[in-house]
Design a protein around this ligand. Structure first.
Ligand SMILES: *Cc1c(COP(=O)(O)O)cnc(C)c1O
Length: 356
């Protein structure tokens, strides 16, 4: 607990060093990621009943998503090994994070993104940080397959979550949840795309349990989007579709990790529709004051679905990870919200709109 109350947070590598792979001090590349808030959400009781709902808002990381936790370690390790360049395939947030950490490290970043499927904010980040952005006319899965080939042949380090240091860094979010609560939650809900994050959280929870930091484990509840639900269907999806572009993935790299988290924890991997995702997205924004990106809301949509199915009980402690910040994808916010009302510079018209 002490850790999180310290005035000067030093980033996840320094704060959780004894739980992470060894790394040389002078190789550490950090933007002070981690230490994100776990926010009590009381505004959804009419839907979720008397559960204790907490939102782990990972959108408040330096580049606006949880990817920074893994990227600090992956880029630091690349730097330690004398690497000069990193590469990733990305639905957006990995590329934003890789670009920022590579910039900080003085390294080159190459990012492959599926053309037309990356939210504007994420693309702008990769560009402003000076990454070489390559838009591939194809899917994320195709881009990732090419990244794997490229790293076999050329001197660039892959920083997708197939890089084990990504998972190691990301597991620290589970540590923070345990330290904030003083125990593990009953359920942990997450969106699932490439499935690295659910794999990482489960590893983190198990390690804290094994080290006696907490005595129980949560049930891991992963949610895919209906149009991109390979794990639920039990087969890859060739042309995934969903408004939640961060989880628009048809053949997840950490498929086995997700299944293991589900099986070992007694949890589930299920799916929610785009309509359910967008409802949850607007709900958490309008009732809790938290603007997350659409994919993030799959965790809340999942909790609502599980409540409907009678799985959640009053008194349960439920953590939903909100994986990324809503400003990443302003287009979806504008498309799915009530439009501004246009008036002339006239008091009467304005008061009329205000309804007084
Ligand atoms: C990457 C990402 C996901 C999916 O995480 P995986 O580890 O690929 O399952 C979900 N939401 C956001 C905002 C992301 O950036």
């Amino acid at each position: 607990m002490e850790l999180l109350r310290k005035g000067l947070w030093r980033g996840i590598i320094n704060e959780f060093r004894e739980h992470l792979p060894e790394i040389r001090d002078d190789a550490i590349v950090t933007l002070k990621e981690g230490n994100t808030p776990l926010i009590e959400a009381r505004g959804l009781k009419d839907i979720l009943g008397e559960v204790r709902l907490l939102l782990k808002f990972e959108g408040l990381n330096p580049t606006g998503s949880f990817k920074d936790r893994g990227m600090t370690l992956a880029v630091s390790k690349a730097k330690e090994g004398g690497g000069k360049a990193v590469i990733c395939a990305s639905t957006g947030n990995t590329s934003a994070s890789a670009a920022a950490y590579a910039a900080k490290a003085g390294m080159k970043a190459y990012v492959l993104v599926p053309e037309g499927s990356v939210a504007l904010g994420k693309l702008s980040q990769a560009m402003i940080h000076g990454a070489c952005v390559i838009e591939v006319r194809g899917s994320f899965d195709e881009a990732l397959a090419m990244v794997k080939e490229i790293t076999k042949r050329y001197p660039v380090t892959m920083v997708n979550s197939l890089n084990p240091f990504r998972i190691e860094g990301q597991k620290t979010a589970a540590f923070e949840v345990c330290e904030h609560l003083g125990h593990a939650p009953t359920y942990h809900f997450l969106p699932v795309g490439n499935a690295g994050n659910i794999t990482a959280y489960w590893k983190g929870y198990k390690e804290y349990r094994d080290k006696g930091m907490v005595s129980s484990l949560p049930k891991m509840m992963g949610f895919q989007a209906e149009g991109a639900a390979p794990i639920v269907l039990g087969r890859p999806v060739a042309n995934p579709t969903t408004v939640a572009t961060a989880i628009k993935i048809g053949d997840p790299a950490s498929w086995q990790g997700a299944l293991q988290a589900k099986q070992e924890s007694g949890g589930t991997i299920d799916m929610v529709s785009d309509a359910e995702i967008l409802d949850a997205y607007r709900l958490v924004a309008s009732r809790e004051g938290i603007f997350c990106e659409p994919a993030s809301a799959a965790s809340i949509a999942g909790a609502i679905k599980m409540k409907r199915h009678g799985v959640l009980k009053d008194g349960d402690t439920i953590v939903c990870t909100l994986t990324g910040h809503g400003l990443k994808d302003p287009d979806t916010a504008i498309d799915t919200s009530t439009k501004p009302v246009r008036v002339s510079a006239n008091m009467g018209e304005i008061i009329d709109v205000m309804g007084f």
